[in-house]
Design a protein around this ligand. Structure first.
Ligand SMILES: Nc1ncnc2c1ncn2[C@@H]1O[C@H](COP(=O)(O)OP(=O)(O)OP(=O)(O)O)[C@@H](O)[C@H]1O
Ligand SMILES: C[C@@](O)(CCO)CC(=O)[O-]
Length: 629
């Protein structure tokens, strides 16, 4: 559905994601935007007559560091980008009972590690990549990986096999030399073409606007944390460790002929906005033995693999572990699709490691590719996604996302002033499927177009107003501003209830949290179960005690509570998959990755460095500069 005033990004494939500049954003001829703008201005005027005239508000939004193409170019390091580090943290139940202060645990940091390793060899003994890699990969593989892999090969193989000088003519030496050649070529077939590497992508929290977006509305949302890895021979293995799905395909027997036929072939920089029924059908025989209830993730894997790969793709094992609760509204499917897309594009050399040498424009271009292919995966899982989840998981930060016309790319505005908010996330542990909820809303909307249209407009309004409050230099997370946001949270939740996407358990969370007076609660994501979040009122010991009691009650009722901070990086890569420093450096093997027991173990092994916290060595494609880069 197209709406008046939609800003449309260029559909040129090689252009970076077109984000709205603040100026463009203000120019949108959207009634919701204009209403929200005047309400927010009135609100800030009433709050701070001395410092909040309209012109200042508008100035703050017309950021000169955003250029005409929408790319953010901060004029100096640390230009007003309040990035919020810190993953989602599961509350320690001891804290809830008040016996000890709440101890933050990294246990449930919602990250989705994806392991991608090659068979038989650790990175430290990899071969000269250029001798065995396909031509395209040779050209565009990350330069640092080429040189390190090549020099390791030389230093590993030359000394033990070199004949003594002047001895090369003797029959004995010739025999040794022939045997050496045989050994070398045998070793080459045993060696991987590329080093092991890992990628990661975060979870997301939608603060306002879900469901409206799939009908062409605006929404504002944020993310928390995620990640992943690969391995080889002439097979490709998909191992989703969390859902016990482990399947191997013979690469050459896959239906390449369908995917490479001239009418169906898509290039890595193409934007694909619908799935081809013929291609899905061609995949069926390769998926029919997978009966796992989460099998749509395997469809997503094969579809993207066949689009981006070839018969000559290096053999690999894609191993995935996620600490994001599945189907809980935190974008678990999107984080997986982002990891798969990034891993496959990196593996085939179609994007490169985001080293410091990459310009912001190039980072944006590569992020767009990752996001576009992640969206293809999301279509396999969801049916009709808006693309917001993969967009947040790819780019990170808080974003305003708008998709009116599905034949055009969405508009994405990264929020520069997004503040740190005290949030509590509650997982009701009530399973549901996003695809079902989206289709229910669709059905309701068809049955009651006028009424539902008004509700979706109201959600649009709430989102616009919240966005203008939050992405504003006048915002302070104090009582009055939080109350305003909280009221919008409550209104948004009420509208979602009317659209039929709440659940008794979500209403119970609201009853317990809002009833105690500690905050304002709303479901997040598709609804029907899954997670709710609450904006918490600032407070002293009394409020803390109330919060502890609330958490205890929720846990007694079988729910899980998390402390969350929002914002930070999106998709990241660890190339090669190594940890430690200097002589302590070691390869993170697939076995290690699978052995670690819980999310805390995964975090400890492969923890993503996101803006000042966690493990070193991870690279992020950034269109923006973090404050402490
Ligand atoms: N850890 C995982 N391993 C394998 N597949 C997963 C994993 N997590 C999610 N998935 C895939 O994603 C699907 C769940 O996606 P769904 O959209 O229903 O939930 P969500 O993405 O968590 O929620 P929302 O879209 O509301 O944010 C599963 O059916 C499965 O196919
Ligand atoms: C319900 C929905 O709006 C959010 C799912 O996280 C669906 C979508 O936008 O793809």
């Amino acid at each position: 559905m197209t709406r008046d005033g939609d800003l449309l990004a260029s559909s040129s494939h090689e252009k970076p994601v077109k984000s709205m500049t603040d100026k463009e954003f203000l120019d949108i001829a959207s009634p919701a935007r204009q209403r929200a703008e005047s309400e927010v201005s009135r609100y800030y005027d009433a709050q701070e007559p001395a410092s909040g005239p309209d012109s200042e508000l508008l100035d703050s939004l017309a950021d000169p560091t955003i250029d005409a193409s929408g790319v953010h170019r901060p004029s100096s390091r640390g230009a007003s980008i309040p990035v919020l580090p810190g993953p989602l943290q599961r509350r320690d139940s001891r804290g809830a009972r008040g016996r000890q202060p709440a101890r933050k645990s990294s246990l449930s940091s919602p990250s989705s590690p994806f392991a991608f390793q090659y068979h038989n060899r650790r990175h430290s003994s990899t071969t000269n990549a250029s001798t065995t890699r396909s031509p395209i990969t040779q050209e565009i593989l990350p330069p640092e990986s080429k040189s390190s892999v090549a020099s390791e090969h030389l230093s590993n193989s030359t000394p033990p096999f070199a004949p003594p000088a002047g001895d090369s003519g003797s029959p004995h030496i010739r025999a040794r030399s022939a045997s050496r050649t045989r050994r070398l070529s045998y070793m080459k077939t045993m060696e991987p073409e590329l080093p092991d590497f890992m990628v990661s992508a975060p979870a997301k929290v939608i603060m306002y606007g879900e469901h409206a977006v799939v009908h062409g509305k605006v929404r504002c949302n944020c993310r928390s944390a995620v990640r992943h890895l690969p391995r080889d021979k002439r097979t490709v293995t998909l191992h989703f460790a969390d859902i016990d799905l482990n399947h191997t395909w013979d690469i050459e027997s896959l239906p390449w002929e369908f995917f490479s036929s001239p009418s169906k072939k898509r290039l890595h920089f193409d934007t694909v906005d619908s799935l081809e029924p013929e291609l899905l059908e061609a995949l069926n025989p390769f998926l029919e033995s997978i009966t796992n209830k989460y099998h749509s993730a395997a469809t997503a894997f094969l579809y993207v693999y066949l689009c981006l790969g070839s018969k000559h793709s290096p053999a690999a094992v894609f191993t995935l572990r996620s600490t994001i609760p599945i189907g809980a509204g935190l974008g678990s499917s999107a984080s997986i699709c982002v990891c798969l897309s990034a891993a496959m594009l990196l593996q085939s050399g179609m994007i490169i490691h985001p080293s410091a040498k990459l310009f912001e424009e190039e980072c944006a271009r590569q992020l767009k590719r990752i996001n576009d292919w992640a969206f293809v995966g999301e279509m396999c899982i969801h049916g009709n996604p808006s693309g917001v989840d993969n967009t947040v998981a790819t780019g990170g930060k808080a974003v305003l996302f708008r998709r009116g016309d599905y034949s055009k790319p969405p508009e994405v505005k990264r929020l520069e002033h997004f503040p740190e908010l005290p949030l509590m996330l509650v997982n009701t542990n009530q399973p549901r499927r996003t695809a079902d909820l989206v289709s229910n809303v669709h059905g309701l909307r068809n049955a009651h177009p006028t009424t539902c249209g008004l509700m979706l407009d109201a959600i649009d309004n709430v989102t616009a107003e919240a966005m203008m409050l939050l992405d504003n230099k006048h915002f302070r997370p104090d009582d009055s501003h939080l109350t305003r946001l909280g009221e919008l949270v409550r209104i948004n939740h009420g509208l979602l209830v009317s659209l039929g996407v709440s659940h008794p358990k979500l209403e119970r969370v609201r009853q317990i949290v809002d009833g105690s007076g500690i905050g304002w609660t709303k479901l997040t994501g598709a609804g029907g179960g899954g997670c709710a979040f609450s904006i918490l009122k600032p407070g002293g010991p009394v409020e803390q005690a109330k919060k502890a009691a609330v958490e205890e009650t929720l846990e007694e009722e079988g729910m899980v509570t998390y402390e969350a901070t929002l914002g930070g990086d999106g998709v990241g890569v660890l190339w090669p998959a190594m940890a430690g420093r200097g002589e302590e450096r070691y390869a993170i093997t697939r076995e290690m990755f699978l052995e670690v027991k819980d999310s805390e173990g995964v975090e400890g092994l492969v923890g993503v460095r996101t803006l000042g916290t966690g493990r070193q060595g991870w690279g992020f494609w950034r269109e923006w500069l973090p404050e402490e880069a």
